[in-house]
Design a protein around this ligand. Sequence first.
Ligand SMILES: Nc1nc2c(c(=O)[nH]1)N[C@H]1C(S)=C(S)[C@@H](COP(=O)(O)OP(=O)(O)OC[C@H]3O[C@@H](n4cnc5c(=O)[nH]c(N)nc54)[C@H](O)[C@@H]3O)O[C@H]1N2
Ligand SMILES: Nc1nc2c(c(=O)[nH]1)N[C@H]1C(S)=C(S)[C@@H](COP(=O)(O)OP(=O)(O)OC[C@H]3O[C@@H](n4cnc5c(=O)[nH]c(N)nc54)[C@H](O)[C@@H]3O)O[C@H]1N2
Ligand SMILES: [Mo]
Length: 707
Amino acid sequence: MVSVRGDDADPFSKGYICPKATALADLHHDPDRLKRPMVREGSTWRELGWDEAFDLVVRRLRDVRDSYGLDAIAVYQGNPTVHSVGLMMHGQFFLRKLGTRNASSATSTDQLPHMLAALTMFGDQLLMAVPDIDRTEHMIVVGGNPLVSNGSIMTAPDVKSRLKAIKARGGRLTVIDPRRTETAELADQHLFIRPGTDAAFLLSFLHVLYAEQLVKPGRVAGFTDGIDELGTIAARYAPETTAAATGIAAGDVRTLARAFAAAPRAVLYGRLGVCTQELGGLAAWLCYAVNVVTGRLDEPGGLMFTTPAVDILPVARQVGFDGGHARWTSRVSGLPEFGAELPVVTLAEEIETPGHGQVRALFTSAGNPVLSAPGGPRLEQLLPKLDFMVSVDPYINETTRFAHVILPPTSVLEHSHYDVALAAFAVRNIAKYAPPVFERGPDQRHDWEIYAELAARWYAPRGPLGALAARAARRALLALTPEKLLELGLRAGSHGLKRGQDGLSLAKLRSSPHGLDLGPLEPRLPGRLKHRDKRVKLVPATYVGDLPRLDRRLAEWTARAATRGDGLSPLVLVGRRHLRSNNSWLHNSERLVKGKPRCTLLVHPRDAAARGIAEGDPVRLTSRAGEVVVPAELSDEMMPGVVSLPHGWGHGRPGTRTQVANAHAGVSANDVTDTGFVDLLSGTAALTGVEVTVTRAAAVVREAVTA
Ligand SMILES: Nc1nc2c(c(=O)[nH]1)N[C@H]1C(S)=C(S)[C@@H](COP(=O)(O)OP(=O)(O)OC[C@H]3O[C@@H](n4cnc5c(=O)[nH]c(N)nc54)[C@H](O)[C@@H]3O)O[C@H]1N2
Ligand SMILES: Nc1nc2c(c(=O)[nH]1)N[C@H]1C(S)=C(S)[C@@H](COP(=O)(O)OP(=O)(O)OC[C@H]3O[C@@H](n4cnc5c(=O)[nH]c(N)nc54)[C@H](O)[C@@H]3O)O[C@H]1N2
Ligand SMILES: [Mo]
């Protein structure tokens, strides 16, 4: 592997690649990347044959199940799952069908509120809508930084050009964010918002729309319930009553709502910042609601549903990805299930708390919760106490170092690629298949092969027939290659057999190596709705019941706002992403981590001055849950009263085997975030708006680095 370049002939990316992509070569050649199963004996690791490793894992998991029941096995699935057809199909099949209630994933630190809105409003948790960025004329971005993230639930290569094009065609871009982000710098207008107050802001936005007769749902009115009901709710939140809490002046809300309603094509897009907060459920719902009542849902230039080549809705159902919310609650803190998963914030307490159903074993797959989930240090204390832990992961990192067995999959370049999930949330309908660049070594396994093997062994009956049954099951499962599954998905999809001779097939994709453009997004409603009555539920009861929680907080925020302005009132923490980083796992590439250290705390100069903090000073960042010491970086891009620390750092912990990352350790934001700070409605971790204190520290204390 010499270098990575964009493909100019790709009709979607037109040759643009994200800087992270250049690291594919580093990952592929990374000497720290595991290729064979590893078993840990105390603090030493030893390679193991695959057969032995599979046997060991299944035996130990069965022991736990037999002694304590299925719920004693916890599962955590991380973010990279979403990019791999094999992991999505075989991984989900095995891990979801295990039947444990203690399953969790990165969903509950990410897009869960969007999924809850999709489930309750449109009838399926995966019916999330995408901003039609290429045709809109007024885009409001709330809590997203697409210039850095490249768009999320909005797959859009080269977002920068796409956003600039909005302005070039006479449109407007507005950003609502506690930090003047890279995206905000490009926008026509940026409004600071106090973290966690988006639901109040959005209700005021709706208030203006209703009060000034700007509600015009258009075509969707014919199949939408609750339009008047939402007006009754919004009537209680005049912008004058929320301004003190949100920090957005009433006049600004009014002007923005009017401009949005007047634009011929407009879309309001909410992303991570509105989801991972204490009122994330309400906030994500209200983002959809604004689009519905202004006639932007399902209209060009608005918020649209895709027509992907592979429809993920039926596929998801096949692998046990069933929709549902609050059908049961977690054992210890009573947080609600979503999609048959519990919030990841419950993991530590479920390991810690004795009693029936206590977690004794953990299966992690493509995830690094010690750095990526709140309460990292608590997990670090608890993981060594488990009876058994297994990780499907290519690295010995902050989480997997506690595993007894690691099963490493092939690298991205060693398997084929079709991004079923990201294509389903792209701003154009597209399809692209990439064959493997390298043949995998004879002694390597793909993610999907690992899961096919585990499933075959796990589900085989014990006794003399077991081996025979396992062999038959293995043959059947290994025949379901990602290519086979993709072919089935393509044929069954909207662009497949229905289109006759011209329909999409894998062969067709193989002969179009640059990918296929299947056209702009098209209106899909009401046909695509999954509620039996084919109607949009604008005001699901779920949310109405959560409004009192908002009202209580609104009163507290408003009262507290009166004392603000002295520079010394409590600070709140938000996160931030960087173009050359991806959560916790791209820091082992020198070209991605080189340069100025990026794990710094951004502090507004006013807040810094009030605390005697100067540029570069080490500061102690403390919350109810923990503390870190990190260099301060002064910047007026922060809203006064808000500080920002990126997540995914905090490497260099004992027993990890990631040389480059450990040399650029930084500190973990999730040492400070709090498992007790959650959106109680959805169970989503509140990663933003955490109350912190910041003081000058004597020196940056760094943990010992062990290779
Ligand atoms: N404070 C704070 N915390 C956050 C966030 C935040 O904004 N602030 N963001 C949250 C969000 S949005 C997310 S999605 C989560 C991410 O949380 P996680 O998904 O738990 O964390 P990652 O750091 O992405 O870890 C990915 C793991 O997958 C492994 N991996 C990479 N590729 C593959 C593969 O192909 N197969 C397998 N089997 N393993 C692979 C890597 O080695 C790594 O161990 O973090 C969340 N945590
Ligand atoms: N380069 C890079 N790209 C990535 C990733 C990465 O780590 N690096 N991660 C990927 C993943 S897993 C995801 S989920 C996506 C996320 O994609 P985005 O949501 O676009 O990414 P973030 O940068 O986390 O943007 C969240 C924004 O919300 C703001 N914010 C914080 N709190 C609040 C609040 O209370 N209200 C409002 N209105 N705003 C708030 C933050 O300041 C930040 O600018 O990015 C993906 N792409
Ligand atoms: Mo994410």
